[in-house]
Ligand binder design. Structure first.
Ligand SMILES: [Zn+2]
Length: 287
């Protein structure tokens, strides 16, 4: 059985402008192959506590990371001492720049400014990431035993959260979970897809009966459900963009109130989420 570290953030520490997204990588690729419901080993499995705005509380200060610093074109990359030698640190910085360029290309909008990308040490080797989008800072925690590319995979997803904040503004912080995480996962594209051509191809390996309703919260659910939801949400975002275009998607994105299914689908598309979801399922299975 795969055991993942439990992660909790005290409510009192959550702040008004903080978007926390937290990813755990399944790193047991040396154990028996993952069950079909788990993402392929090259992809990540997500655990994303969502920090709701709370104007009366202060931000969780980002963990200060002292280490090696490399200034890239659009990133300031710091990695904790002991994670990478100088050569690998330079490679990492270059790979992160490439990942940012890739996600910008998919998202379609440049970041509003430089992004701080910190890589810290996670003693338990539970790879996870966090995006302080109002601070233009993303952090990924890893250990020396994990391949460098897995840091890049996590960062790619977090970069899209930053791009979304830059483009949509503070309304991003209350986005519908389906769209928030669906967009970040879709935007990370190849970093999450591995050998799959697109998110539809990934989701199509599950029968309609195996899929979860889109408006499903992942709190308390098995990690496999959470994982599947992220891919389903990415596929749904892909469907909305391809079928109805970017303009309407952008209009929808800023109407959410955190919870999955809370965006104004009827107001923007003239159809409720359940109807769009049926369309998406049909689209998936008739491609
Ligand atoms: Zn996320």
């Amino acid at each position: 059985m795969i055991r993942l570290p439990s992660i909790s953030i005290p409510r009192a520490a959550l702040g008004p402008t903080l978007l926390v997204s937290l990813l755990i990588l399944l790193m047991f690729w040396h154990t028996p192959p993952p069950r079909p419901i788990i993402a392929p080993p090259h992809a990540v499995t997500g655990l994303h506590p969502f920090a709701r705005p709370n104007p009366d509380e202060s931000l969780v200060p980002p963990v200060p990371i002292v280490g090696q610093f490399i200034q890239g074109d659009r990133l300031d990359v710091i990695s904790a001492d002991g994670l990478f030698n100088a050569e690998d640190q330079a490679r990492l910085a270059a790979e992160l720049e490439q990942a940012l360029a890739y996600t910008v290309g998919r998202f379609g909008h440049e970041p509003a400014g430089r992004i701080n990308a910190y890589v810290g040490l996670e003693a338990g080797c539970g790879l996870h990431g966090i995006a302080y989008t109002n601070r233009r800072m993303v952090q990924v925690f890893t250990c020396a035993n994990l391949p460098r590319n897995r840091v890049v995979t996590i960062m790619a997803h977090e970069f899209v959260h930053q791009l979304a904040h830059d483009y949509y503004g503070p309304r991003h912080l209350t986005a519908d979970m389906i769209l928030l995480e669906g967009l970040a996962t879709w935007g990370a594209g190849k970093y999450w897809l591995g050998n799959y051509s697109d998110f539809a191809a990934f989701v199509r390996q599950y029968s309609p009966e195996q899929r979860l309703p889109l408006a499903t919260g992942y709190a308390g659910r098995p990690i496999s459900d959470m994982n599947l939801l992220y891919y389903q949400w990415a596929s749904f975002v892909e469907f909305l963009l391809l079928t109805y275009g970017r303009e309407r998607f952008d209009a929808l994105y800023i109407t959410g109130q955190h919870s999955p299914g809370s965006a104004d689908y009827a107001g923007v598309y003239g159809q409720r989420l359940e109807t769009l979801e049926q369309e998406w399922q049909h689209w998936l299975d008739t491609l």
